[in-house]
Design a binder for this molecule. Structure first.
Ligand code: GRF
Length: 212
């Protein structure tokens, strides 16, 4: 399965996918890595690993629609089956959504629908939750609103601050995201071009909730 990964930051989720693929745990090929920021550490890492990389920066375009169209074209040129937003800090627009409808996944550091948007671990902590976690979901036009594919829970521990909690959530992300890609690549989970109501969740093991 051909996977394009979009990144803006550190790229630990990108590394998790690439390592899982190399270790034979996830039958995918990362065909290209895209970023909105030339200075993203993830892009430097991808380049050093010999992956195809491309920066599509909004500042190089007259408006958001032009950027979105250029990004969609650049990604489409690599013919991915699935596009993964792995710490991509921008909302993709109609060109991306239209071209890859139902095939764009995002990883988010909360148990959605709780704490959509930025700073989710800090807000979860402030709300006093005892269980936090991460979600892989299909991207739609909203912010972290698309159908949930899988979730993993982690405990909030005494003495946690947002950084410690986020690090624990990220360790869960690094297992969940490759597991979801493996499930899609092997046909256990099917992404559909048009998704209606969010599917109900089915427990497939004690850490993983995967939509039937
Ligand atoms: C992750 O926690 C992800 O959930 C959120 O952004 C973070 C990206 O981390 N969307 P990294 O760049 O993959 O290390």
């Amino acid at each position: 399965m051909r996977v394009a990964v979009l990144v803006s930051g550190r790229g630990s989720n990108l590394r998790a996918i690439v390592h899982a693929a190399r270790e034979g745990r996830c039958p995918v090929t990362v065909v290209a890595v895209f970023s909105d920021r030339a200075e993203a550490p993830a892009i430097a890492w991808a380049r050093a690993e010999g992956l195809e990389t491309r920066v599509v920066a909004p500042s190089d375009f007259p408006d958001r629609a032009a950027w979105d169209e250029a990004l969609a074209r650049a990604v489409a040129a690599h013919e991915p089956d699935v596009v993964v937003l792995a710490g991509f800090m921008r909302i993709v627009g109609t060109a991306m959504l239209g071209r890859f409808e139902g095939r764009i996944l995002n990883v988010h550091p909360s148990l959605l629908p709780a704490f959509a948007g930025r700073d989710a671990p800090a807000r979860a902590l402030a709300a006093g939750v005892r269980i936090a976690g991460c979600t892989v979901h299909v991207v739609d036009a909203g912010v972290d609103t698309g159908p949930i594919v899988a979730q993993a829970a982690v405990p909030v521990l005494a003495g946690d601050d947002a950084t410690r909690l986020h690090a624990r959530i990220q360790r869960a992300e690094h297992e969940l995201l490759p597991a979801v890609l493996e499930a899609i690549a092997t046909g256990r989970v099917r992404l559909r071009p048009v998704l209606q109501a969010p599917p109900c969740a089915r427990c497939v093991d004690d850490r993983l909730l995967v939509a039937p």
